[in-house]
Structures are given as structure tokens and as C-alpha cells.
Design a protein around this ligand. Structure first.
Ligand SMILES: [Zn+2]
Ligand SMILES: [Zn+2]
Ligand SMILES: [Zn+2]
Length: 141
């Protein structure tokens, strides 16, 4: 495990416990979003509740965000640097690959502003593009 994880946690004002470093390391090593089940499998036999709490802390501190890709299981991915413990500033489009079932962040694509009818209070917004990712395209050729 690298000291890099401790540095990143420190930067987001999260005290770097071994478990937090481990979960962060797992997220850093994967380029796609991970569900709690994925992380649990990768960190076996780590306790599911502890993983869940770790993810919640990361989310609150602006280190990771939730990814809804329509698969039915909630996934998490690392945030851009601009997120902090008050707000996520990197609301972006996600790409879900039909072939490998992985979901990726497309941080350069901001979700357009949606104008809601009067009296509607938005809480969250997500936009997922479905298709075939670059790696799978190459495999298919
Ligand atoms: Zn964020
Ligand atoms: Zn793919
Ligand atoms: Zn994302």
C-alpha cells in the first residue's frame, strides 16, 4: 500500500486508518465505479459494515460520489479534486458498458441544467450513457 493513500485522505481531512487506506487503494486501482459488493469481494474478509461506513465517510468528505448506472446496485467512484466536505462540484455524466458491465466517470461532461416546473425541488440528478467502452470495442474487432 502506498503512502499516496494517506496523503489523499489527509488532503480531504479524513484520518487515514488502515481500513480507509485499503478501501481508497482499491478505488484508485480500478478505473471504473465499484459497488459495495465488488469492494467486499476484493477486500475479503473485511467486514461489510466497516466498508459501508468507510464509503459513507468518503462520500461526506467529497472523496467519492455515488454512481447510478441503472444496474440496480449503487456504485461509487472517486471525485475530482474540486469536491469537498460541503458539496460535490463535479456532477458529471457516466458511461455504462454493456459488454464488460463496468461504469466509468466522464468528468468532462457536465450534466446540463434542467429547468423544473415551479414547486419541484431537485435532490440529485444522474445521467448515464450506455454503450460499449473503448477496451471492449478493441476486443470485438
Ligand atoms: Zn464529487
Ligand atoms: Zn467495456
Ligand atoms: Zn463519476
Amino acid at each position: 500500500m502506498s503512502n499516496n493513500t494517506a496523503h489523499i485522505l489527509d488532503h480531504k481531512h479524513i484520518s487515514p486508518t488502515p481500513m480507509r487506506q485499503l478501501v481508497l487503494d482499491t478505488l484508485l486501482n480500478k478505473k471504473s465505479a465499484l459497488s459495495i459488493n465488488d469492494i467486499e469481494k476484493m477486500l475479503y474478509p473485511a467486514d461489510r459494515i466497516t466498508i459501508y461506513r468507510t464509503l459513507k465517510t468518503f462520500e461526506q468528505k467529497g472523496l467519492i460520489h455515488q454512481v447510478e448506472d441503472g444496474s440496480g446496485s449503487l456504485k461509487y467512484a472517486l471525485c475530482q479534486d474540486s469536491c469537498d466536505d460541503n458539496a460535490h462540484h463535479d456532477v458529471h455524466v457516466h458511461f455504462s458498458c454493456k459488454a464488460c458491465k463496468e461504469t466509468f466517470c466522464l468528468p468532462k461532461n457536465q450534466i446540463p441544467k434542467i429547468s423544473l416546473p415551479q414547486g419541484y425541488q431537485p435532490e440529485e440528478i444522474s445521467l448515464t450513457v450506455k454503450g460499449v467502452c473503448k477496451d471492449c470495442q478493441i476486443t470485438m474487432q
